[in-house]
Each structure stands twice: as C-alpha cells, then as structure tokens.
Write a protein that binds this ligand. Structure first.
Ligand SMILES: [Zn+2]
Length: 76
C-alpha cells in the first residue's frame, strides 16, 4: 500500500532520517511484513517512487500508487 501524505512537521523520513518539514508531501509505504515507512520527496525520487512530470507551466510531483510496469506513458 502506498499513500501520499502531507507532513504536519512531526514526521521523520525513514530513508534519510531527516524531519519532513510542515506541509511538505511525503509517501507512506507499507511493506509486505507490515512495516510502514515514511519517505520524503527526495527519497521517493531517488528510489523511483515518485517523479516530476513537466507541465507547460510547472513541475508536478507525482507519486506512483504502485510500481510502474514498463516504460512510462507518453503523449497523454
Ligand atoms: Zn528522505
């Protein structure tokens, strides 16, 4: 299970062990053995759980709800 969340300022990233600043987005991932980890945006990008989609005006952060199979969609 993966869930995108907004930090309330009391969440620590389990990847880089830094506090996720208030109102920053982060991802909660529940692994098979029931362990839940929180990952900041940087760690999500590093591990391939999120990416920035370039829009015409801005960069939009996208969290992947599940692992991506194959090449990402283009042209949509
Ligand atoms: Zn992190």
């Amino acid at each position: 299970m993966r869930r995108g969340c907004i930090s309330l300022g009391s969440v620590k990233c389990d990847g880089c062990h830094q506090v996720i600043p208030h109102s920053e987005r982060y991802l909660i991932i529940e692994e098979k053995d029931g362990v839940t980890v929180s990952l900041c945006v940087n760690c999500c990008l590093e591990k391939g759980y999120a990416r920035y989609r370039e829009d015409k005006r801005e960069r939009v952060l996208t969290f992947f709800p599940e692992p991506v199979q194959g090449p990402p969609d283009t042209g949509l």
